[in-house]
Design a protein around this ligand. Structure first.
Ligand code: CA
Length: 128
């Protein structure tokens, strides 16, 4: 029985360069039955999004190379990926950026430090 009462095998792409955070998020999502792919940079994330066709993307804002915005903007331009839900991960000091993310079409955001359980619940509620 999963946390939100749903059985799911939805695919989640986690784009996060901080390995500890990526591993923690992947662990909690996998435990709830999600199939998780991780990418450590924006470029890698875009590639994984194109090949894996995830049901939802958890996207860190601060990434080496392409930022989370760049990735989001690019996703919204790509056929087949323009509608994939995106949850942004941002640090608290980045409020203006959070707003920009929502304007660019992010579906939700989570402020670091965050509870992995909360992230799992938000993923579930967006997919429901
Ligand atoms: Ca980061």
């Amino acid at each position: 029985m999963s946390l939100n009462g749903a059985t799911t095998s939805a695919r989640v792409l986690v784009v996060e360069d901080e390995r500890d955070i990526a591993a923690l998020v992947a662990y909690h999502l996998t435990r709830e039955g999600y199939r998780v792919t991780s990418a450590g940079s924006g470029g890698e994330g875009l590639h994984a999004a194109s090949t894996e066709r995830p049901d939802i993307i958890v996207l860190d804002l601060m990434l080496p190379g392409l930022s989370g915005y760049d990735v989001l903007q690019e996703l919204r331009r790509r056929p087949g990926l323009e509608d994939v839900p995106v949850i942004f991960l941002t640090a608290r000091r980045e409020e203006a950026e959070r707003i920009k993310g929502l304007e660019l079409g992010a579906d939700d955001y989570i402020t670091k430090p965050f509870s992995p359980q909360e992230l799992v619940l938000r993923v579930g509620s967006i997919l429901r």
